[in-house]
Design a protein around this ligand. Structure first.
Ligand SMILES: [Zn+2]
Length: 69
């Protein structure tokens, strides 16, 4: 196994917890991205979603459940 992987990765933003595939968070930038996240939620309708309300999510998207800061 090589440690120099060129594989594309799913990264989570530490600030908004959204998950992005091979791109930085457009709101917070590359320095906020981490590979150290666990689990995810897909929010399609934040206005009517109890899960989104509990998590404080207001925008649709894919969110990490836990992000190590
Ligand atoms: Zn962000």
């Amino acid at each position: 196994m090589s440690t120099r992987s060129t594989k594309k990765k799913y990264m989570a933003c530490k600030t908004c917890k959204r998950i992005y595939f091979d791109q930085p968070c457009p709101d917070h930038g590359d320095s906020h991205m981490t590979e150290d996240w666990y689990g995810f939620l897909i929010i399609v309708d934040p206005v009517n979603s109890e899960i989104a309300k509990k998590a404080g999510i207001t925008k649709e998207g894919t969110y990490a459940i836990k992000v190590r800061q």
